[in-house]
Ligand binder design. Structure first.
Ligand code: NG1
Ligand code: MG
Length: 492
């Protein structure tokens, strides 16, 4: 198992961005057949009828480009095999949604009338699982606007994307709901449209995220990672990972439910404020309209070095207060709250504009370099350039730890073990816990690395992590991974 599977180049001419999700027949020899059969049986037991179709939406691992998507910059993820499956049937003559999870004890069933459903977010703690599903339905409803006519659905869910681990379990759920609802509504949407709707509707859960997870959930292609650009419009370009390299995901088991904390949204706020601040410094007439670094970069025609200098020269304080920001932007505290802060960031008193901005600009530079090296390597393989990829991953992690402050002590232990083994690794996804992604030089080194992590990390789990994970072979939490396909629709 190597990064690009069998070593052949992916179908570059296939333009995944404009493809629609076609229905395919599930083949009995397919790897997912048994899992679908099990879900099917559960569906029949719940509802007394057969499902009409099956939806599969994968999680993802981001190889590089962290915390840049909401600033408009590109990322380089790949879809993983861990996915959400839905078995779906229309609910005849009714607007009733009946949602059942195969893990019934953990995720209670949920019923709602789609004429009147609401997404209820708790004041504290994470939202109930079915709210992610409702976000997807709401997204399709908004898309159809006056043409929305609720059609009831019976749905059985089976997900094996680790929760709150940075592998995008939430987006897989939201995106699967979008695809199922769009299909029931008879909409003909291409993968790019589905990704855009899914990205927009994930915001209903209260996270001001970018669109990386939803984009790769639809655009993913077996055998290659994707360079995903958001500006000027969503575009996915397959990137062949260096032949022989093997990517390993290791879950620290420290969970981070983003929707239950303000850390993620705080970073988004800091990036928006830094953008506005620098737009003013640059004397742009419409500086008050700027919220994303990429728009500022474009308006000023800056390259990365110039942008970095602009940040260092103008955002000189390590910590800015509310008073500093209000003075520079010419706004009142009340305006700061209404224009920039939201329910879970209203408490913010300190803003680390320089550190966050530097991370975003430097990380976006690393994504461009990573892609370029991968492309060069696919025509002229050589070890020297391949090792530059490892360096970029290490720099990315260091920046996330130091400038973005989104690592976690358990993640740091995994990274330290990796570094000691001379394996380049970084936290993947939002961070504050969750998974790391590591690049190994061969399948054999990956095997050795996985064994070492089991020995050094998983066999020595501290009490706070053991509570969550009973010791077993740990194959579900540390594994080599290959780029997989994006969302699929199956008929039987
Ligand atoms: P996770 O938390 O790993 O699913 C989040 C965001 C992404 C991106 C990354 C950080 C959501 C749904 N996803 O991913 O858009 O910003 O963090 O690079 O919030
Ligand atoms: Mg998520």
């Amino acid at each position: 198992m190597t990064a690009n599977g069998n070593g052949t180049a992916p179908g570059l001419g296939s333009q995944p961005g404009i493809e629609v999700v076609t229905q395919q027949k599930l083949q009995p020899d397919s790897k997912i057949y048994d899992r679908v059969q099990k879900l099917n049986a559960f569906f029949v037991k719940q509802f007394g009828v057969e499902p009409e179709f099956i939806v599969r939406v994968p999680g993802r691992v981001n190889i590089i480009g962290e915390h840049v998507d909401y600033c408009g910059y590109s990322v380089l993820p790949m879809a993983v095999s861990q996915s959400i499956f839905l078995a779906v049937a229309k609910n005849p003559d009714s607007s009733q949604l009946q949602l059942r999870n195969i893990e019934e004890a953990k995720f209670q069933g949920y019923d709602a009338d789609l004429k009147t459903f609401r997404i209820e977010l708790p004041k504290s703690g994470g939202p109930a699982w079915y709210n992610y599903f409702l976000c997807g339905i709401k997204g399709v409803q908004e898309q159809l606007a006056s043409k929305w006519s609720p059609i009831g659905m019976r749905i059985a869910v089976d997900g094996n994307v680790p929760l709150a681990a940075g592998l995008s379990s939430s987006s897989a759920m939201v995106s699967s709901a979008v695809l199922a609802t769009a299909h029931v509504q008879g909409m003909q949407l291409d993968r790019r449209e589905l990704a855009s709707i899914s990205a927009k509707c994930e915001q209903y859960i209260g996270t001001h995220s970018g669109g990386m997870d939803q984009a790769i959930a639809y655009l993913g292609r077996v055998g290659c990672a994707h360079h995903i650009e958001f500006h000027p419009k969503l575009k996915g370009t397959p990137v062949t990972l260096p032949a022989g390299k093997c990517f390993v995901v290791a879950n620290s088991l420290a969970q981070k439910n983003k929707a239950a904390s303000s850390d993620y949204n705080e970073r988004v706020v800091e990036c928006r404020l830094a953008t506005r601040w620098l737009a003013k410094v640059k004397g742009l007439i419409n500086w008050q309209d700027f919220v994303r670094f990429i728009d500022l970069e474009e308006a000023c025609q800056m390259d990365n070095e110039t942008f970095e200098k602009l940040i260092r020269d103008n955002l000189t304080k390590k910590v800015y207060t509310r008073a500093d920001i209000c003075k520079e932007l010419g706004i009142t505290e009340q305006e700061l709250e209404t224009k920039f802060l939201s329910a879970n960031t209203r408490h913010m008193e300190q803003f680390k504009l320089q550190q966050r901005a530097l991370h975003v600009i430097q990380e976006s530079g690393r994504v461009a370099k990573f892609r370029k090296i991968c492309e060069e390597l696919s025509s002229t393989p050589n070890e020297k350039d391949a090792s530059k990829l490892g360096l970029l991953m290490r720099q990315s992690h260091e920046s996330l730890r130091e400038l973005y402050e989104c690592s976690h002590p358990d993640v740091e232990r995994l990274i330290a073990i990796s570094n000691a083994l001379d394996v380049s690794a970084r936290v993947t996804g939002a961070g504050w816990g969750g998974c790391i992604v590591a690049m190994c030089d061969s399948v054999e080194t990956a095997d050795e690395y996985i064994k070492a992590l089991k020995r050094e990390y998983y066999a020595k789990l501290p009490a706070h992590l053991l509570e969550r994970h009973q010791p077993n072979d740990f194959n579900e939490v540390v594994f080599a991974t290959l780029p997989g396909n994006g969302a699929e629709l199956y008929t039987k």
